[in-house]
Structures are given as C-alpha cells and as structure tokens.
Ligand binder design. Structure first.
Ligand code: NAD
Length: 417
C-alpha cells in the first residue's frame, strides 16, 4: 500500500465510525492544491541540473497551511499528498489555527555541497513564490532539512518583497535558527513531545520508564532528541537503526556520544565504537519495552509486525506503520501512540515560533517546553478518552477528534458560494 492509500484507509475508518457528513468527507478526501516545480541550479562544477520540487496543500479550513519540507529520494507526489493530509489531522488534533501541507525536493542531499544546497533551497523557494507565505502556507524542517535551510528560505522569500514589507514576512517559515527569528527549543520539540507522550502512556499503564529498554529507528532530529530525553528519564537505549546500519548494545548506548559520531556530514550510526553492528532484519524483533520509529514511512508492515515483542510503538516518524501492521499489533495487545499525536510537539513549537515572530516577542526555553508539555498532555488525554467512548484504537480516536473539529468549521461556515 502506498503512503497516500494508507492515509485514506485510516481516514475512511474514522469517518465511518463518526458518521462524518458526506460533503465534508468529499472535501477532506482530496487535496486542495498540488504544486510541482522544475527549476535549474548551477552546480559547483559549472554544470546545470534541473530539480523537481513539490508542495501539496491538503486543507486550510482551520487556518493557513502548515507542514515540513523533505529532501529525499523518495519525495514524490504520493508522499507529499500523504504527508500533507497527516498535517491537517495533526494541526487540528493539537487545536492549532492551521491546515495541512507538505513538500520537498526529490534529491539525496549527501550528493551536494553546502553551497549547492543553499542555491537549490533558494531557487526552490523562488519557484514556489507566493504559493507559500506567512499567512498562507508556512513550511518547516523535516527529513534532511535543517534550521540553516529554513533561514535561507526566510531570507529568499523576504528578499523578494518590497523593503518596507520584508521584516513582516519572517514567519513564512518556522524551525529557523535562534538568532534569525527561531524559537528556543524548536530543535528538540518533536523528540521532547514524543517523550511526553511515552511518559503519559507509562502513567496510564502504571509503569515507570526507569530501566525500560527501547530501540529507535532513525537518529536524526527526532531520533536523537527522543533518545536524549528518554535516557534522562532513566530508560535504556539498546539499539538504533538508520540509513547507514543497525547497532546494538544490551548494556545501553549513550545518545550524546552516538550523536557526536553520527551527526557530522550525515555520517550515521555505522561504525560507532560504543555498540556492535547487527543485521538490519533483526531490528524490530529485538526484545525491548518500546519502539520509536523516527525515520521514514511504511517501516513496520504486515511482513515484520508479527516479530515485535515490545508493548508500545510510539510513532516519532510520520506513517511508519503500513499495510496491516496496526491490525497485527493491536491483536497482539501492543499499544500504538499515533504519529498525529506522538510527533505533534514539532508543529506546536512551530506555532509558538510563528506567534513569536508575528507578535514581535522573544520566548525562552522553559516557557516553550512547559507550554508544550501542557498541550501534549491535554491531547493525549483527549485521545485516550475518545478511544474509550468510541471503543476504538488510539489512532482512530485521534482521527475522530481531528476530523470532528474540521467538520464543525465547515458546518458553521457553510460552503462558498
Ligand atoms: P532527519 O533527516 O533529521 O533524520 C532522519 C533519519 O532517518 C536519519 O537518521 C536517517 O539515516 C534515517 N533514515 C533514512 N532512511 C532510512 C531507512 N531506510 N532506514 C532507517 N533509517 C533511515 O529527519 P527528522 O526530522 O528526524 O524526521 C524523522 C521523521 O520524523 C520523519 O518521518 C518526519 O516526517 C518526522 N517528523 C519530524 C518532525 C521534525 O520536527 N523534524 C516533526 C514531526 C515528524
């Protein structure tokens, strides 16, 4: 099943359960706008390469479109549609005044120099033109895109505006570096939020995180920060898998040392001296208490879900479970904290950054993390309550909550004309 098909399957299940209005169902089953841009960039060796970029805007009933940009070989229209749709549910569930969008460029950033990535990012921004904007569609970082790239996007977008309007456009993008309008704590917000969700799960199940063993797929922004906060809580990281390999240490892996090894120049976890290398196919079946997928979509499927021994899958990534994995895991009694709840800390912090820029304020770390925590605990609680009320799983309950808010907006406002 493709990612977009997976999203539609999840949507249909929730829409049936809640008896969603037929008209709203039709509207939410499509994407509002799909933009594909082809643009040329001069490489360091003087040759010209043409790149393909996407931006899909799913729905904006609740406010401006919001969602990340991904630089990866798997970026295509199907992935952008799926990820944009998930953003609509995520922002709605979090109670934010946003809709959903997603985009990116089909490329492997490892193949390009920093100056080439700067020209690619700036030219992509220029090609999108006013299809993005601080009150219209606000991108953010995702796989392989960084705070530095967000700063280039802001600078390019602002540079195309008349001088008097430039500074009013800083919030065209979030996830910028602190110092260029970025928010303290935005870098760690997604991982921090994943851990708040896992803490709430442990409370609900009457367990303590201290001594619990966990594994993480993906050791980028989300995987690293999730590991950092979990180890602070006393949990033990025993295995990590990323695009370069799979490593294991039953005594525990130090996430700070692993990050020092893995982060520079996309080096990855391969070759880390504090763990042994194991076969990638053994990863999800490892004996552990919980799993955090924090890489790409469709990683746990009908093929490998049966091997899972953990009692929780906390979805740091978007769409990591596909092709019947939910059904297999739920039948085994495994809890699943769904992506639109579990990784929503990132977009909530992006909202804080947007407010900070829009209102000319400066927010500090303590305030950001405590506001984030309060919102996430509320969302977790609402999802668990809705699941009990509807006698359904947490993913479907999260969808019912998210879709219900959008349905209400359509019912109150009606359909133009
Ligand atoms: P990142 O680029 O910082 O890290 C991605 C990680 O995934 C890297 O470690 C990479 O090696 C690994 N990876 C790539 N292909 C892989 C493969 N085939 N097998 C195993 N690992 C692989 O990206 P990120 O920002 O940490 O995003 C990770 C996931 O979290 C994505 O699904 C993204 O949509 C989601 N997410 C990110 C944010 C955010 O704020 N960055 C917010 C919400 C959700």
């Amino acid at each position: 099943m493709g990612m977009y098909e997976n999203v539609k399957h999840q949507f249909d299940k929730a829409a049936d359960l809640m008896g969603l209005d037929d008209g709203v169902r039709k509207i939410l089953s499509i994407t509002n706008t799909e933009i594909v841009v082809h643009f040329p960039v001069k490489l360091d060796n003087g040759t010209v390469e043409v790149f393909t970029g996407y931006r899909v805007q799913h729905n904006n009933a609740l406010g401006p479109y919001k969602g990340g940009l991904r630089y990866h070989a798997t970026v295509d229209i199907d992935a952008a549609r799926a990820l944009a749709t998930w953003m609509t549910w995520k922002t709605s569930l979090a109670g934010l005044p946003y809709g959903g969008a997603k985009g990116g460029i089909q490329l492997d950033p490892k193949k390009y120099s920093n100056s080439e990535l700067e020209r690619i990012t700036r030219r992509y921004t220029f090609a999108l033109g006013d299809n993005i904007g601080p009150e219209h569609d606000i991108p953010a970082p995702d796989v392989n895109t960084t705070a530095q790239m967000m700063a280039w996007i802001a600078d390019t977008y602002m540079s195309t505006k008349p001088p008097a309007e430039r500074s009013k456009n800083q919030h065209v993008v979030t996830g910028k570096p602190v110092g260029s309008g970025g928010l303290e704590g935005r870098d760690r917000a997604t991982g921090f939020g994943v851990v708040i969700n896992i803490k709430e799960w442990a409370k609900l199940r009457g367990k303590s995180l201290r001594g619990m063993r966990f594994i993480v797929q993906g050791f980028g922004n989300v995987g690293y920060w999730t590991s950092h906060f979990l180890v602070q809580e006393g949990a033990v990281l025993i295995a990590v898998q990323d695009a370069t390999g799979t490593i294991y240490n039953s005594k525990g892996i130090n996430p700070e040392k692993l990050n020092e090894h893995a982060a520079p120049n996309y080096t990855g976890v391969k070759g880390f001296s504090g763990a042994e290398s194991i076969l990638s196919e053994h990863f999800f079946g490892l004996e552990c208490d919980f799993i955090v997928p924090a890489a790409l979509g469709n990683q746990i499927t009908g093929e490998n879900a049966g091997e899972i021994k953990a009692s929780l899958v906390a979805e740091g990534a978007n769409g990591p479970l596909g092709d019947g994995a939910d059904e297999i895991l739920l039948a085994k009694g495994v809890d699943i904290i769904p992506d639109i709840l579990c990784n929503s800390g990132g977009v909530i912090a992006s909202y804080f950054e947007w407010l900070q820029n829009r209102n000319g304020e400066i927010w500090y770390m303590d305030e950001v993390l405590s506001k984030l925590e309060a919102r996430l605990i509320k969302s977790f609680d609402r999802v668990v309550k809705k699941a009990a009320e509807k006698k359904t799983d947490w993913r479907t309950a999260a969808y019912v909550e998210a879709i219900g808010r959008i349905e209400l907006a359509y019912k109150q406002r009606g359909i133009f004309p």
